[in-house]
Design a protein around this ligand. Structure first.
Ligand code: ARG
Length: 596
């Protein structure tokens, strides 16, 4: 039973005994005591004051006395303006340490037998490589998946690839025109980058053709419509929809190159999906669901022939669900995709990790599926919306000056890590070990820096700051972990037997007590991160923990402590800290080194 639950149940008894009030006290109103006050846990007594018909301080005092008598791990209490601060005996913290100091699954809740939580993330288009925005998306998706799973839920990680449409046809047309049979194999270019190059080439030639047409006297609008390369792309889309075998074969081939490229990027990020959906496989189902809605009268046919939904009563506006030529739009496939996922997994919740520029899209989707189509999973849809991420000006912008490529960014982080880790220069590593370490530190810096920010906020990713060994960074935490592990290796080499049970009744010094109390908060932090879908809660917790450990280590001798029990206690605290750091970082998708 957690401390909060034990206190809540004692509080319940006290209220009954003192005032004959029968209620189930809210555990959330029992919180860690603020630093300015003496105590470990604080009970807010205001909710009971009216019922007790006494002054808040009186109620606090009476409840305090009652609970003090009931629970032997309480050493004392004080009341400040209706807040009851309770002090907890060292024995309680020592028991917790004894139970978990070597518990490799600390903070992980056993998986419950229940419907899964489906989490969609990444969801790229197959016309260009992943960029910085996708990096934030992928990191959030991976971290949230691991956190929700650590909270005891079954998680299904899915990706939705936008693999069809005019943007794909643009790359295809440009490749046919200018490619000269270039492939990833014969050029050595990563597949997604190669296809991305043709997407850029399309745009360049399209602009040139428009200029020529304008020079021949066409208006800019006419030029936009009539440029031959654009007509070719449209024609190709028509052929694709008509399942023309040649077009489909080229489409398969070029998408195949892109997938190989994506897979490399995902591997490097540590990402794996349980299932990949393709819009080309879901948009037809979406269309038929829209047709059904039209039959039922929840959608209507606009005079221009398009099918629309009117969401004015819901505070939104009109939204096109099928174009006037009957072709599908972006939301059409999402309607089909959601239905497919429901049939396949019956998830209790479907989380979509997608940038905040699509907030409106998901508001509409939820209403269309739930309120309009009356589908059972409409309410289970949740858009995990996140803000923009940018680099400071002048850093790593691509030739067009707009997008930062994900692969290039990871390469750059590797180089940064190499430079700063070499400066540290503590260990002699083999080339393979060094390579692994630089990758771990470089990606750790990138991942941590992005994940420590609340998802909803826009942010700047600053590569140098992210790798600072003295800041709130991944490498600082990785380094702290490596230091603890090296301390423990030393203790093991000396066969100190520090894992064995400690004598009862040990008194803690302030540094020890603070750390154990922080470690006690780790499982609750994971649960809170799961509830709020916020990896930032875990990231910042680990930083505070690592910082506190360094303080402890500076102030308190460990190997030099001559009292054996105290030395072992401190080694156990160190081990549990390393475990919490490792488990927490693992939830963020970040590895921690054994030495560095
Ligand atoms: N492919 C889309 C884009 O790049 C994102 C898809 C998001 N997911 C979804 N189910 N709509 O903008």
């Amino acid at each position: 039973m957690t401390l909060e639950r034990t206190l809540a149940s004692a509080l319940k008894d006290a209220l009954q005994a003192l005032y004959q009030i029968t209620i189930e006290p809210d555990e959330k109103l029992i919180q860690p005591t603020r630093k300015e006050f003496e105590g470990d846990r604080t009970i807010v007594v205001f909710p009971y004051v009216k019922l007790a018909r006494k002054a808040p301080d009186m109620v606090g005092k009476e409840i305090g006395e009652h609970i003090h008598q009931q629970l032997d791990f309480i050493t004392g209490f004080n009341v400040v303006k209706g807040y009851l601060n309770i002090s907890i005996d060292d024995a309680f913290w020592c028991d917790h340490l004894a139970a978990h100091h070597d518990d490799s699954r600390y903070g992980i809740t056993e998986e419950r037998q229940e419907a899964p939580v489906l989490i969609e993330y990444s969801s790229p288009n197959t016309n260009k490589p992943l960029h910085l925005g996708h990096v934030r998306n992928n990191l959030l998706g991976l971290a949230v998946s691991r956190i929700v799973s650590a909270c005891g839920h079954k998680v299904v990680q899915v990706n939705l690839v936008n693999d069809r449409g005019i943007h794909i046809c643009k790359s295809m047309v440009a490749w046919l025109r200018y490619g000269n049979g270039e492939t990833p194999e014969n050029s050595g270019i990563k597949g997604d980058h190669l296809v991305g190059n043709y997407y850029v080439a399309f745009d360049k030639h399209y602009k040139e053709e428009q200029q020529q047409l304008i020079a021949q006297g066409l208006t800019p609008e006419e030029a936009e419509q009539q440029a031959p390369i654009m007509l070719e792309a449209r024609e190709m889309l028509r052929q694709w929809e008509a399942e023309d075998p040649t077009v489909r074969a080229l489409w398969q081939q070029m998408n195949g190159w892109v997938y190989e490229g994506f897979d490399q990027t995902y591997n490097r990020l540590g990402i794996h999906f349980d299932k990949v959906y393709h819009e080309s496989e879901t948009y037809l189902l979406g269309k038929s669901l829209v047709e059904e809605g039209l039959q039922k009268g929840v959608f209507y046919k606009h005079e221009d022939g398009s099918v629309r939904v009117n969401l004015e009563a819901e505070g939104l506006d009109e939204k096109v669900l099928l174009r006037k030529d009957g072709t599908s739009v972006y939301i059409t496939q999402d309607i089909g995709t959601a239905q497919l996922r429901y049939e396949e997994f019956h998830p209790q919740k479907m989380i979509y990790v997608v940038g905040n520029e699509q907030n409106y899209h998901f508001d509409v989707l939820k209403l269309v599926l739930g309120k309009k189509l009356g589908l059972p999973f409409g309410d289970s849809i949740y858009h995990l919306s996140y803000g923009m991420v940018e680099l400071p000006n002048g850093k790593m912008k691509s030739r067009e000056g707009t997008v930062v490529d994900a692969d290039d960014l990871m390469d750059a982080m590797y180089e940064e890590a190499k430079r700063s880790t070499e400066e540290l220069g503590k260990f002699q590593f083999s080339p393979e070990e060094a390579d692994k370490l630089y990758e771990m530190v470089g990606l750790g810096a990138l991942k941590y820096f992005i994940l420590k920010v609340d998802p909803a906020k826009n942010m700047l990713f600053n590569p140098e700051e992210s790798i600072d060994f003295n800041g709130n960074t991944g490498p600082f935490i990785q380094y702290t972990h490596a230091r603890i592990r090296s301390l423990l290796r030393k203790a093991d080499e000396q066969q100190l037997g520090w894992r064995e049970a400690l004598p009862a009744g040990m008194k803690l010094n302030d540094e020890e007590r603070i750390l154990i109390k922080m470690l006690y908060q780790y499982p609750d932090t994971v649960l809170a991160a799961g509830e709020n879908l916020s990896p930032a809660l875990i990231a910042n917790y680990i930083y505070d923990l690592a910082k506190q450990f360094n303080h402890f280590y500076q102030e308190t001798p460990v190997m030099k402590e001559t009292d054996e029990a105290k030395r072992h206690l401190r080694l156990q605290i160190a081990n549990m800290t390393a475990l919490a750091i490792r488990n927490g970082m693992q939830l963020l998708g970040i590895d921690v080194p054994e030495r560095m």
